[in-house]
Ligand binder design. Structure first.
Ligand SMILES: [Fe+2]
Length: 177
């Protein structure tokens, strides 16, 4: 279950109905998928073989098919981040740069935690703290960045419409879209 934290006030929304209402008002898609689909040996597993990644995608195959038909996603893959990657800090520095994409950015959290920090319609930034079972879609052309939570690890399914639409356009590079 996700919760929201506002960066300017430190206020939080933890009530699930209110979280869902707030995100809907921000045009952020938020869903929860059934985690019992995931084989037990793959829960909280961060060093994944290609076969294990395929098993995870297959475990959520029905949900992926359903949302892809609704939203037009054409491809899915798995990303795993943890301290077993020696470049984690370097990667996080890049993920923490504000950017947009021309398509929406979708993540389903399989293990650990992820945090998306999104610019709200009144220009303030709110953090969406996600855990296993949570799906988020950050709307296209909406400034945001990504980081890990205190556990510094996550496995997530990414869904794409086009690979071009997923390329980050960084606010600090002054690139026009
Ligand atoms: Fe992004």
């Amino acid at each position: 279950m996700a919760y929201i934290k506002f960066q300017d006030t430190d206020n939080e929304i933890t009530d699930q109905k209110e979280v869902a209402q707030f995100l809907t008002a921000q045009e952020v898609i938020y869903e929860q998928w059934d985690m019992t689909n995931l084989p037990q040996e793959l829960q909280e597993k961060y060093d994944l073989t290609d076969d294990e990644k395929e098993t995870i995608l297959a475990a959520f195959g029905a949900e992926i098919k359903d949302i892809s038909e609704r939203r037009g996603y054409k491809a899915a893959d798995i990303i795993s981040l943890s301290d077993s990657n020696p470049k984690l800090d370097e990667m996080l520095k890049n993920f923490e740069r504000k950017h947009i994409h021309t398509d929406d950015e979708v993540r389903f959290i399989v293990s650990g935690h992820s945090v998306f920090i999104i610019q709200s319609k009144d220009e303030k930034f709110f953090e969406v703290h996600l855990e296993a079972g949570d799906l988020i879609s950050v709307p296209e052309n909406t400034t945001h960045y990504f980081t890990l939570d205190e556990d510094r690890k996550t496995v997530a399914i990414r869904l794409f419409i086009t690979t071009e639409g997923w390329v980050p356009v960084y606010a600090d590079e002054n690139v026009k879209v």
